[in-house]
Design a protein around this ligand. Sequence first.
Ligand code: PNS
Length: 318
Amino acid sequence: MFNSLGQFFEGGSVLDLYAGTGALGIEALSRGSERAVFVERDRGARAAISENLRRTGFAQRAEVLGGEVESVLGRLLGRRERFDLIFADPPYRIAAEVGGILHRLHSLLSPGGRLVIESGEASMEGAGGKKGVTRRYGGTFVTILGRSELTMIVAVCPGSFDPVTTGHLDVIRRASKIFDHVVVAVGSNRRKEARLPAVERARLLEKVTADMDTVSVEVMEGLLVDFARERGAQAIVKGLRAVSDFESEFEQAQLNRTMFPELETVFIMASAEHSFLSSSAVREIASLGGDVSGLVPEGVLETVRQIYSGRDGKIQGS
Ligand code: PNS
């Protein structure tokens, strides 16, 4: 396997995920890689990697990171790191974390880079059904994927979702048909105070998107462009209703583009029946005891009714 990857070592950088003893990354360093980053959750294993690096004399060219792989990858993306080779463990692990991982790996690969997935079994099913070449080395199957074979177009769908409406859900569902993965980012709009904490708004969204395999929900703190970068996203997707939405959306899109030019903002036109539906209308109707069925997804109707029926529901903004 190392022989067939020869050219990638020269001067390149390597990311060794679920590193264990660090054997793969250390082998890459010994074959000419300039730098290696090891990611391992287990503290004892991390100590072993550091010791192995010290013994082999590669400690200066290596970094050992702890924590959950998903968030470490986010950190590396935030640092704008790129790797020529990424080693990853058996597909079942990748499959289990597919939503959080593959799109980040895609963004972490340098343009001509390769993702190497090692496994005791040949099946790549569940690993995003990606192409690539699988070869057998003794009892181990190794799949090598180029960046283009790992194409995951990820979009972030941001909003306050205070509360989520059937219009939001429609946009999320339609976005999930276009993009490989959609991360719904529950943020806070500084221009309006939310009625519910972000974690609770996210919980409602999780409930109504539970049937969508390629949609995940996260709370967003800080700038949208940073959130998107850390998730390896290529697009921001937003719903656009009547003309009145346009000015503020256009402004946000331009500002985000200034900060992160490669990140495209894509608008999905609201369906006619949702053109005049907004979270603020739902809050107002609910707070005055009106019926919001049809305006919010069925699965959270009762919760929204209860939470938003207090008369202090804010009624400005969307
Ligand atoms: O549903 P909303 O209220 O229109 O959502 C607004 C939100 C949360 C998407 C927007 O305020 C946002 O992106 N906040 C994150 C902070 C940020 O990046 N601000 C600069 C955007 S120009």
